[in-house]
Design a binder for this molecule. Structure first.
Ligand SMILES: [Zn+2]
Length: 411
């Protein structure tokens, strides 16, 4: 390994670079080749881009010196490809440009992607976005967007321009104000919030949804304790609403909100009825101890017992005749109805209509059955074992011992 230093080709520039080689000769050779090609340092390259930029009439960029140099390189590259792509995309969207089948290259792919955007938002909006891009002087815009394909940059800018136009219009301003008011009205704050992040509660498609943009133990423990489970697809904690056992969705939202506020979390709840109930705690607290019916599957017809996560009723449950824990469920055969009824009374459980019907069926079946006064067959006399250490009874030894006649070989 050897290195050779080369200097920037620009006159009076002190820029230099160490060229690596396998050995002295190799490093010198590589250095010579780069000098022949007129190697210049990065500072000079950046300055050259900025000069070309000014010559091309691009507006001056804003940012730190390093950001400006980098952004100028990125802008030069982007603007060079943007115009031809836009004009081809407009033609393609109008059905005036076709690529022959059999492999579309990178450039053609960009055109086709942009043509989709042209069709979606129209040529004027695309042209307007391109002009805005050309006029963009914030160095960060070019640096942040360096990985984006042209159609992505253009649609993002077009969307931003539309948002800006809306924010400037009277209707847009009215809408924003109304939204802000609604949000302020929907927000319930604890006296001393643990954070300013707002938890959003809603009920959609029969599911209670709790969203929170902060990862905290306080929030997670609270919603988990209320029976919510994390849904990675929804990026939220969710709970299927079952009106049979859970009461109304409004009450459940109100209760969730109340519990979160009690834990110090700011909550947004748009449903006015749920919000009112959360504030004055007028919701019916969820009854969590239930006897329900397993409607299908391997355990169909069995009774299922459920209770709150923080309650310990498992050993009491296990004392029920036929009690089993299977498929994450505490199950009892319906024939144990009498014991279940006692259990329900002792521990304040409620019975769903389905489970009640099943228990009644068991009772009816019991009454319908023919009563047979059967007598169990007598048990065999138990054989008394001799106490250890006793002498065994003497064997009866026959007086005459001989071979049975049948067994004697007469041949
Ligand atoms: Zn230089």
């Amino acid at each position: 390994m050897a290195t050779t230093r080369i200097e920037c080709a620009t006159e009076n520039c002190a820029g230099c670079m160490e060229v690596d080689g396998r050995n002295r000769r190799d490093a010198d050779y590589r250095a010579k080749k780069l000098i022949e090609r007129g190697w210049t340092c990065r500072a000079c390259d950046n300055r050259a881009v900025v000069e070309r930029d000014a010559a091309a009439g691009h507006p001056a960029l804003e940012g730190s010196e390093k950001q400006i140099a980098w952004a100028a390189t990125l802008r030069e590259r982007t603007l060079k490809t943007l115009d031809p792509i836009v004009s081809d995309a407009v033609k393609s969207a109008a059905g005036r440009l076709f690529y022959t089948s059999g492999g579309v290259c990178g450039m053609q792919n960009m055109v086709l992607e942009l043509a989709v955007v042209v069709k979606a938002i129209g040529e004027p909006a695309v042209r307007e976005a391109v002009e805005a891009i050309r006029a963009e002087t914030d160095a960060r815009f070019w640096i942040d967007g360096r990985e984006e394909a042209p159609h992505q940059t253009i649609s993002a800018v077009a969307r931003r321009l539309a948002d800006e136009a809306r924010a400037m219009s009277p209707e847009g301003k009215a809408e924003a104000a109304a939204q802000q008011e609604a949000m302020a009205e929907a927000t319930l704050r604890p006296p001393e919030p643990v954070s300013e992040t707002i938890a959003e509660l809603s009920c959609r498609d029969g599911r209670l949804v709790a969203r929170y943009d902060e990862r905290t133990e306080t929030f997670n423990t609270t919603v988990k304790g209320l029976g919510y489970v994390w849904d990675p697809a929804a990026v939220a904690w969710v709970r299927r609403h079952n009106s049979l056992m859970m009461g109304t969705a409004t009450d459940r939202l109100a209760e969730t909100a109340h519990e979160l506020i009690a834990a110090g979390i700011v909550v947004a709840l748009y449903d006015p009825e749920a919000r009112a109930k959360a504030i004055d705690r007028s919701y019916e607290p969820e009854h969590r101890r239930w006897v329900s019916l397993v409607p299908s599957g391997a355990n169909e017809g069995k009774l299922r017992l459920t209770w709150g996560r923080d309650e310990d009723l498992y050993s009491a449950f296990r004392s029920l005749p036929g009690a089993t824990y299977r498929d994450k469920a505490c199950l009892v055969p319906a024939t144990s109805r009498d014991a279940v009824i006692d259990f329900v009374e002792a521990h304040g459980f409620r019975i769903t209509p389905g489970a009640k019907k099943r228990m009644d069926e068991v009772m009816a079946q019991r009454q319908r059955g023919i009563v047979v006064d059967a007598v169990a067959r007598p048990k065999a006399e138990p054989v008394k074992a001799k106490a250890r250490g006793d002498r065994p009874d003497p064997m009866d030894i026959p007086e005459h011992v001989g071979i049975d006649d049948d067994l004697v070989d007469h041949d």
